[in-house]
Design a protein around this ligand. Structure first.
Ligand code: BMA
Length: 337
């Protein structure tokens, strides 16, 4: 399979912060790859829960296996972060026989003033998307709902719609589609525990720069025009050579943006036909564990219209890009060359 578009670029309204906002050098415990964080504004400050895969180095991987922990950081400006001394989860004490293997790729959502985490949960019997109530200080969490396998990249909307909680999610239907070809879905719930009324929102074939899979990214942000919604979109090129620590990594992850209907959020009312953020900088394309990966997990709309987008780059560092909300809305509704 060949590349759909050999060169992809970020939208011109995207401004990257000059360097990653969190890396292993900021972490006060065993850390290696710091990425795919969830970020929200909560109790007057910015809160981040980030993924830390640690253990091997480029030289010892894959003989040495990764451990995964989830770390916590706080910030007053959303740019400079102070990392808590303790992790909120670490799979180092789990046994090979345990059903739970790890949590990863957290997203933070605040609904009616209450904080929740959505995470991927690897188990001995498949990947489950789970929802957890988080403690006020995010130091712990309690799982209240977990899907059947395989599902991940679950994100909640920040409020009920038509009286129900709503989530975006990405099941992995491995048999029915011939090969990896995974799409973005939506489900409803009366109580955050029981989920149903599932509907397809966006298929891989709807995204011109994806040929492999797509999935939810950050929790959607409400605007007058609709739910501003990020997603990730993956293209695979068998001709790509070594692209990171792994000899066989051939995928590229971009961030996409779309607008969902305010009252009927399974309806896409606009989508940029080109990526919002494509891998471009050194730390996105030329260094790290799996290069060419942009994986957003947090989006915050500031009172002045600035939108902060937090994304993991190359499964190695956590980054920040900003854009004005009006420019993002325009991308969803206008065509762009
Ligand atoms: C996906 C997830 C993400 C990761 C991405 C790129 O399938 O595992 O956690 O960032 O692959 O490796």
């Amino acid at each position: 399979m060949s590349l759909l578009q050999p060169e992809l670029y970020s939208a011109s309204c995207i401004k990257r912060f000059e360097k990653p906002v969190l890396t292993k050098d900021d972490i006060p415990y065993d850390a290696s790859l710091i990425f795919n964080a969830g970020v929200a504004k909560y109790s007057g400050k910015y809160v981040m829960v980030f993924r830390n895969d640690y253990g091997p180095t480029e030289e010892t991987y894959p003989a040495v296996k990764f451990r995964t922990s989830l770390g916590l950081a706080e910030s007053t400006d959303g740019i400079h972060w102070t990392v808590s001394e303790k992790t909120i989860f670490d799979n180092k004490s789990l046994l090979p026989t345990d059903e739970l293997k790890r949590f990863y790729d957290p997203r933070i959502i605040v609904i009616d003033g209450k904080p929740y985490l959505c995470m991927a949960m690897d188990t001995a019997h498949g990947v489950r998307g789970c929802i957890a109530e988080a403690a006020e200080d995010f130091s712990s969490f309690n799982i209240i709902s977990a899907s059947v396998p395989d599902n991940r990249n679950m994100v909640l909307f920040p409020e009920k719609i038509n009286g129900k909680y709503v989530r975006l999610e990405r099941p992995f239907p491995v048999y029915s589609r011939g090969r990896d070809r995974f799409d973005l879905w939506l489900s409803n719930s009366p109580d955050l525990v029981f989920w149903g009324e599932s509907e397809l929102v966006l298929g891989v074939e709807d995204v011109p720069y994806a040929n492999d899979k797509i999935g939810p990214a950050a929790p959607p942000v409400k605007t007058e025009k609709g739910w501003l919604t990020l997603f990730h979109a993956v293209d695979i090129d068998e001709a790509r050579g070594k692209n990171g620590w792994e000899k066989t990594w051939k995928k590229r992850y971009c961030a996409g943006i779309m607008l969902l209907d305010l009252n009927e959020p399974s309806k896409v009312i606009g989508m940029s036909k080109l990526p919002l953020i494509a891998p471009e900088t050194y730390y996105e394309t030329e260094s790290g564990f799996r290069q060419q990966v942009i994986f957003p997990g947090g989006m915050i709309l500031e009172p002045d219209g600035e939108v902060k987008i937090y994304y993991g780059a190359s499964d190695t560092v956590e980054c920040l890009a900003t854009a004005h909300v009006d420019d993002l809305l325009a991308l969803c509704t206008e065509s762009r060359k």
